[in-house]
Design a protein around this ligand. Structure first.
Ligand SMILES: Nc1nc2c(ncn2[C@@H]2O[C@H](COP(=O)(O)OP(=O)(O)OP(=O)(O)O)[C@@H](O)[C@H]2O)c(=O)[nH]1
Ligand SMILES: [Mg+2]
Length: 172
């Protein structure tokens, strides 16, 4: 039987390397101010409401030893992954992020209809990688999931409404 929407909310997961800005993005998607955040040990879970869309947002820890836990959170009920990348952290970090992203997509039991939103975060900083470099570095072209890349700054609150709009378009 089909459950009403309130009882089977959309499930979206914030993933990415430690220090990418997942918790900062989590807070900004919830309309909270940018504040200093500690590395996430474990996870945060909140209900995000935007217009007539509501979804469960999971903010997982991205430190090396915590990444192995992601696959236990992701299920066949997952609707979206928001993969947060520090666009100012350089090519080596981008390479590692790519490896971690592709391993996760391979290992996790997720549905084919999953939507992958990549956020190139920390756009307020100098020496950022371009969107093209990130698409290339993360090997997004040819990926079997529908994906999109948006540029954000959790610090300056840019690209956040655009991200919510994209999720609304996709899931409402
Ligand atoms: N300049 C700038 N700094 C940011 C931005 N977003 C996050 N930060 C900073 O980057 C650092 C890491 O941010 P977090 O949100 O804690 O990173 P995280 O991805 O949740 O890290 P883990 O929980 O360890 O996986 C913090 O010092 C934030 O203040 C941004 O858009 N611009
Ligand atoms: Mg965090």
């Amino acid at each position: 039987s089909k459950l009403p929407k309130e009882e089977s909310p959309t499930q979206i997961y914030l993933l990415g390397l430690n220090d990418a800005g997942k918790t900062a993005i989590f807070n900004s998607l919830l309309g909270r101010n940018f504040t200093l955040s500690q590395p996430t040990i474990g996870f945060n879970l909140e209900e995000v409401r935007y217009k007539d869309l509501s979804f469960s947002l999971w903010d997982l820890g991205g430190q090396c030893r915590l990444r192995a836990l992601w696959k236990h959170f992701l299920t066949e009920n997952a609707n979206g992954i928001i993969f947060v990348l520090d666009a100012a952290a350089g090519k080596k970090r981008l390479e590692l992020a790519s490896k971690v992203l592709h391993e996760t997509l391979q290992k996790a039991v997720i549905p084919e209809e999953l939507f992958l939103l990549v956020l190139a975060n920390k756009q307020d900083m100098d020496d950022k990688l371009s969107a093209a470099e990130i698409v290339d570095g993360l090997k997004l072209v040819g990926i079997k999931y529908e994906w999109e890349l948006l540029e954000t700054s959790a610090k300056h609150n840019t690209g956040i409404v655009e991200s919510l709009e994209r999720l609304h378009q996709k899931f409402n």
